[in-house]
Design a protein around this ligand. Sequence first.
Ligand code: TYM
Length: 342
Amino acid sequence: KNRVFSGVQPTGNLHLGNYLGAIQRFVEMQKTHDCIFCVVDMHAVTVWQDPHELKNQIREVTAAFLAAGIDPKAHIVFNQSQVAEHAELAWIFNCVARMGWLNRMTQFKEKAGKDREAASVGLFAYPNLMAADILAYHATHVPVGEDQKQHLELARDIAQKFNNDFAESIAAHGFGDAFFPLPEPLIQGPATRIMSLRDGTKKMSKSDPSDLSRINMTDDADTIAAKIRKAKTDPEPLPSEAKGLEGRPEADNLVSIFAALSGRTPAEVLGEFGGGPFSTFKTALADLTVARVAPVTAEMQRLIADPGHIDAVLADGSARARAIATPIMDAVKDVVGFIRSR
Ligand code: TYM
């Protein structure tokens, strides 16, 4: 049985990388899988968030899901903190995962920066919570961008170690020889790693201090066009074949964005624009980006204007998420050897 789970952090500045690398792909997966899409607010607070802003950001990510075309009735859309099983299972995983495993996480090293002693314990343990998100639903497929690959590998290691450590108890409780499935990352398409518009070697990120580095899902048409016009390029014309993009990260990135927005391959995009100057290509890219993003932005604004409706969607999704996660968490408690009365 296939089940998709994925999450997006409500930390502000939702951008084109999130949209193309994740949300647009979530929309596709609805056709073939039962899907659970989570606004991971508990992940967001691993770094301090202004409480009032956090509420707005949770609603903004939810609005982006809905505006992009996720159907919250056919699938599940909710915010993480409303389903206590995420935190409960994360604690068990804190006790399954090893310090050494988490010490190898490159995203912690990047986010903690030089002063690692000052990082929150939550930021360090973050991948365990992410594993709990996925495994609390026995999800089998996880669509994400390239930057989440290492966290997904850790989730698989945690699932495997739990299955091994408790093998006897799992069998004794009638769950066969594996309690948790090993979740498969789905990192596919031309947009798995969208880069900064100012520096083709850095990924597009919510936390980049330069707003010119990213296209926000809330940018208006003029801002989008201006940011693409100003995007860094090199002096050569576009290559006519995809292999000519090697060693040209900025060109590669803009072509990938075009490909992901148009549903074409980079080779097809270069078939049209290869050999030509960046100026022509950038105009076409700006038009395409505005055409694809503006309707989503407009629908997001419309939804955000009615927070009561968004909160109702999240309440309904949370209840349906809980109905799946609670029996799985109960089984985990039995397997681990806890006593429970409900
Ligand atoms: P987050 O909130 O940083 O990003 C959300 C999704 O967007 C993808 N992404 C990108 N894709 C392409 N190019 C980029 N520049 C880019 N930047 C971000 C991310 O890969 C992600 O798919 N830890 C996760 C959230 C999470 C999660 C989960 C994901 C928590 N629990 C369980 C899957 C399953 C994160 O911080 O994503």
